[in-house]
Ligand binder design. Structure first.
Ligand SMILES: Cc1cc2nc3c(=O)[nH]c(=O)nc-3n(C[C@H](O)[C@H](O)[C@H](O)COP(=O)(O)O)c2cc1C
Length: 323
């Protein structure tokens, strides 16, 4: 299947694995790239730029195919060493960067000068248009159902994607709620050039996370996520658990007077405990509504082959039979 995204990134299938804190490491990203998709390492999971350089080198020993690096620009009191991470990306010969969070404009010139292709992840058409205007090569359009940060507009993919298709000139992938061949065909029908998946890739054999996390996703239904931090205008979709209930309770009690410090103990430093130690109830971790459609823990290769085979069957058989 050829789309503007497969052409832009030099990949076989229009399937991207979005950056994921503590999940986007070499094991998963190389497996996605080896299977013909685009794997993406998560820069900020590596404590220092030197650690990221090592992770890029490690990923390169595991695949000869293109892979990318995610740079998430978060609101933060002590910002990470972004110039250092960018240097590691450039020196590591990475050709694709997924930016997310704040507008990446400050770092675009240096990335573009190094010949790097940028795909910016955003949750609103106006932000996608901004990304196009500042020179991003593609965007990943994340609907309200997505795991992680869906923004504050609450527009689901079924509306957001065709709106993006109507407005954008650059290629874009559909993100949020993507899981199988049906979602790939639907995304293409809505005007996207491929899909970006997070939650589905966590529940794969190669994802370097504790099995408890994979099983929690398999067990979860589409009704088992919650939105936290809306009161701070930093909304995150997470799997509901005891820690998340505590956050929601404090948000209800404190309303607009809430400060980040009031919930910090259930949202800061949680990822290593969940992803490495398997303490899935430790606090808040991102998970999409699509967990309700994740029924198994296949290898990445099996998953990607299954998506492509199913998508082809839908187009060739089910849809063409309607004509
Ligand atoms: C466990 C987890 C961690 C994530 N961490 C990040 C991150 O650090 N940076 C980022 O840009 N997106 C992050 N995301 C969002 C994903 O890259 C992707 O956009 C999202 O999961 C798509 O929605 P889906 O989960 O419905 O597939 C994360 C998602 C999950 C599930």
């Amino acid at each position: 299947m050829r789309t503007r995204i497969t052409e832009l990134f030099g990949i076989e299938h229009p399937i991207i694995q979005g950056g994921m804190h503590y999940v986007g490491r070499a094991e998963l990203s190389s497996a996605v790239s080896e299977a013909g998709g685009l794997g993406i390492l998560t820069a900020l999971t590596q404590r220092t730029p030197a650690d990221l350089a090592k992770e890029i080198a490690r990923c390169r020993t595991m695949t000869t195919k293109p892979f990318g690096v995610n740079l998430t620009f978060l609101p933060s009191v002590n910002p990470p060493d972004y110039p250092g991470y960018i240097r590691a990306i450039i020196d590591g010969g990475v050709r694709i960067v997924e930016t997310a969070g704040n507008n990446p404009i400050e770092y675009l010139p240096v990335l573009k000068e190094a010949g790097i292709k940028i795909i910016h992840k955003c949750t609103a058409v106006r932000h996608a248009l901004k990304a196009e205007a500042i020179g991003c090569d593609a965007v990943s359009v994340d609907g309200f159902e997505c795991g992680g940060h869906p923004g504050e507009d609450d527009v689901p993919g079924l509306i957001l994607l065709p709106r993006a298709a109507d407005q954008l000139t650059i290629p874009f992938v559909a993100s949020g709620g993507m899981v199988d061949g049906r979602s790939l065909v639907a995304a293409l029908a809505l005007g996207a050039d491929g899909i970006n998946m997070g939650t589905r890739f966590v529940a794969t054999q190669e994802a370097p996370v504790h099995d408890n996390v994979k099983q929690a996703i398999v067990r979860a239904s589409e009704r088992d996520t919650s939105l936290i931090m809306r009161t701070l205008r930093n909304t995150e979709r997470v799997l509901r658990n005891a820690g998340v209930e505590r956050v929601l309770e404090r948000e209800r009690a404190l309303g607009d007077t809430i400060k980040f410090a009031d919930i910090a103990e259930d949202v800061v430093g949680i990822y290593p405990r969940v992803m490495i130690d398997g303490e899935v109830e430790a606090g808040a971790w991102s998970c999409g509504m699509v967990a309700g459609l994740v029924y198994d823990v296949p290898s990445v290769g099996t998953l990607i082959d299954r998506i492509m085979t199913e998508a082809e069957a839908i187009v060739r058989k089910r849809l063409s039979a309607l004509l």
